[in-house]
Design a protein around this ligand. Structure first.
Ligand SMILES: [Fe+2]
Length: 239
């Protein structure tokens, strides 16, 4: 694994490492790779599959650095789908090209940020890895909101009641339909509706992540306190 971690660090060193945005994605990636390993351990994966899980985590966002260099934005809607770009960079650089699960590796990266995993993915093993990286990534994004590395909306203008109702219905938010602004921040609550594994749910429960995010929303828009409390109850039904 060390050689892949070294490759990742060297790759990122080719970008502006003084930039807080580049650094944030670097740190996010390392934490997601660690989450992947923890999930794999909890699912009792063998050593080969555990390494594969970690590798998917390590390269799932490799396109973020080029996205920032070209556009100075992480908004996929306004720039480019960063998972598609990650797969392109993996292929262009021959990352893991020799690996027997190269195709699965690319599939998991490709679907890590999509609204849903395509029903075309029917292979159980591929599906498990697709779900694993989605959980590992979401867990870190949720923690980033709680620690303040990501910002929640500052007022009610940035989300719609329609969007909040979608969350109450246990759905993931489709940014293109429900959200007017340019970032993932509005979807923080909806992230809890798309979690697959017990390990992730346990972390969410034990770290009080739903409660902490709801508190942040209430703080940012006290006039919607009742609505947020209601959403909290709906979301917790799954936990
Ligand atoms: Fe990503």
């Amino acid at each position: 694994m060390d050689k892949y971690r070294d490759f990742f660090h060297e790759y990122v060193a080719g970008y502006d490492t003084e930039s807080a945005s580049i650094w944030r994605k670097h740190e996010h990636t390392i934490r997601v790779a660690d989450n992947c390993r923890a999930l794999a351990a909890d699912l009792k994966f063998n050593a080969f599959n555990t390494d594969l899980a970690e590798l998917i985590g390590l390269f799932h966002d490799i396109g973020r650095f080029e996205q920032w260099r070209v556009y100075q934005s992480f908004s996929d809607d306004k720039t480019i789908d960063h998972a598609d770009l990650s797969v392109k960079i993996v292929k262009d650089n021959g990352i893991l090209a020799e690996h027997p699960d190269f195709e699965l590796f690319c599939t998991a990266i490709f679907y890590h940020n999509k609204f849903k995993i395509s029903p075309k993915i029917t292979d159980d093993r591929a599906l498990t890895f697709c779900k694993l990286i989605r959980d590992a990534d979401k867990l870190d994004i949720i923690r980033e909101f709680v620690t303040g590395d990501l910002q929640l909306p500052q007022d009610g203008e940035t989300y719609s009641i329609k969007a909040l109702n979608e969350i109450a219905a246990h759905k993931l938010l489709n940014r293109k339909i429900h959200v007017n602004t340019n970032d993932v921040n509005l979807t923080a609550l909806a992230l809890f509706n798309d979690i697959y594994f017990d390990y992730t749910k346990r972390c969410i429960r034990e770290e009080f992540l739903i409660e902490k995010i709801v508190e942040l929303y209430i703080k940012s828009d006290p006039s919607q306190t009742n609505l947020f409390r209601q959403l909290e109850r709906f979301i917790k039904e799954q936990y």
